[in-house]
Design a protein around this ligand. Sequence first.
Ligand code: UFG
Length: 347
Amino acid sequence: MSTKQKHILVTGGAGFIGSHTVVELIEAGYTPVIIDDFRNSERFIPERLEKLTNQKIIAVDAACQDVEVLDSLFSKYNFEGVIHFAADKAVGESVSDPLKYYDNNLSSLISILRMMDKYNTKSLVFSSSCTVYGNPKSTTGKSVVTEDSIHLNPDSPYGNTKLIGEQILQDWIASSSRSNVALLRYFNPIGAHASGEIGELPQGIPNNLLPYITQTAVGIREKLTVFGNDYDTEDGTCIRDYIHVCDLADAHVSAIKWLDLQTNPGIEIFNIGTGKGTSVLEMVQAFEKVIGKPLSWEYGPKRSGDIPEIYANPIKAKEMLQWESKFSIFQAIEDAWRWENNRPKND
Ligand code: UFG
């Protein structure tokens, strides 16, 4: 094996954000090694990635808790870094089955950290979420958050696993660990790769807004319900910071490059968002504009646990990682729409 290759372990690399990150890593000259047990992703994704990147993809079918597999991968590839995506992520399911979330999301992180300690792996990028901010307006009076904004208890066991994951990392770095962590708090990822080869594959009825919209437009769902129209926002619907998944993927490459330059162990938190808030109604209107047809939708009751308004202040990522988002929501919608029309239907 060539010693020049920079191997990066990508846990959950066949998933939505993971697969797009694999593409960006390859374009930046890294050699990703995927570990994924395909519990929430499709087995054809590595093949699609090969087609897309024209490169052999190393993908290992295993869970992150499989210490034997991890050990053999760490000893074989001498990773420059790890990007840890692998986690369960359905907010509603986490409420009905919290132990599944605490068990899987935390034990996978701990196995990775133990292995990083054993092999002296330098860099870790961890997937966290803006869910750790709770409802910022109730604590700070503002909907825009910086990395040091007050944390609240997230509304779901899923959110708690992200907050606890962050705390585990802080404690790990404060111990004798020699590693460096970039903790990325994602806002709302949307879109798909412009090639139409990879994108989001929600299992069953989508929880998230844009997949529900695209599935409604192709006739898989009858009608979109906009959850609530009397929030304290301009048009009464909730506001989020929607970020193109390729921008998000690119942030991971910037984080890996930045970590590579760090000389002392440490941990830094970064908001990964666009800095712009978009309401649910604006998303619906933008979608109708992109596809040139009206969408079937109606107002319905509020969804429990929804935060009225939150968006990122992404300045820290710009200054330290030299990363900022490039794509508009229109480009993200176009890409998501292409994907919806191309994607294998599993529902
Ligand atoms: N929405 C609808 N109708 C739908 C789906 C969503 O009106 O059918 C609305 C929601 O009420 C919300 C907005 O669209 O106002 C965005 O909802 P999403 O479910 O797409 O995204 P969330 O902001 O609720 O959730 C995201 C991530 C979670 C994470 C959370 C943290 O998907 O993993 O942000 O705030 F926990």
